[in-house]
Ligand binder design. Structure first.
Ligand SMILES: [Fe+2]
Length: 238
């Protein structure tokens, strides 16, 4: 856990929960058998989870090597994402436990880029481009990813618990619902310091990247919803 920062002094970032994520959660609650949809979600989300960790690592190459304060926090987050030195604690491995519990055949994972829905592929591509882009672009991406985690995991966890999934299999979500709160506050602090030095043009790049990611994130959930609906109705028809 990252320490040494006065979290209480930080301003929370605004909510990034998308309309489509809310629609997906509402639709999932109404399903008599949500497991076919959860399988579709898990296969797609796994692709995102695997790729975003690689993309995140690009951030370390963009930050000024003399900005040790930011680098220490970012490296610590990447270390956590990659299991803190333990292979079975890598976050995508923890996610695979959930995927298996909802019926995913793990030998099919990771899906190839052309097997995931377009919104997931688009968002993953924008993250990769963003984390490896200019400093304003990379920091906007970093802040967006951390904030979207806070908004996503808590409501999703509530619904998964209501579906009766065992607590052990929900570890990916319980872990993130907790750690992303600290991570978001840390990201906000790093971004605030950096933005004080940005030119108006750099601030514009930052804002544009946030706007772009919000659009991609909206489509991410919209396309997951459509894929889940398609899967569920094809099973009913057969
Ligand atoms: Fe993670």
């Amino acid at each position: 856990m990252v320490s040494g920062l006065q979290l209480s002094s930080l301003t929370p970032t605004p909510s990034r929960t998308t309309q489509n994520e809310i629609k997906w959660l509402e639709w999932m609650k109404q399903q008599d058998d949500p497991f076919p949809a959860l399988k579709v979600f898990s296969e797609n989300y796994h692709y995102f989870s695997i790729n975003q960790a690689v993309s995140f690592s690009r951030l370390l190459t963009v930050v000024n090597p003399y900005d040790r304060e930011s680098l220490v926090f970012m490296a610590d987050m990447l270390h956590q994402e990659l299991g803190g030195g333990q292979q079975d604690r890598v976050h995508s491995v923890i996610f695979e436990r959930f995927a298996k519990a909802v019926g995913v055949d793990l030998s099919k994972l990771p899906l190839a880029a052309d097997q995931v829905v377009e919104g997931v592929r688009w968002y993953a591509c924008e993250l990769d481009k963003g984390f490896g882009g200019s400093l304003p672009c990379a920091l906007a991406t970093y802040q967006f990813v951390e904030g979207s985690g806070v908004d996503t995991y808590a409501p999703l966890l509530d619904i998964l618990r209501d579906m009766g999934i065992a607590e052990d299999d929900l570890e990916f979500f319980t872990l993130h619902a907790e750690v992303e709160i600290d991570h978001t506050a840390i990201a906000a602090n790093i971004v605030k310091r950096a933005r004080e030095t940005f030119t108006p043009e750099e601030n514009q790049i930052f804002d544009t990247q946030k706007w772009l990611l919000q659009r991609a994130w909206e489509q991410f959930w919209g396309d997951i919803l459509l894929a889940c609906q398609r899967e569920t109705s094809s099973l009913v028809a057969n």
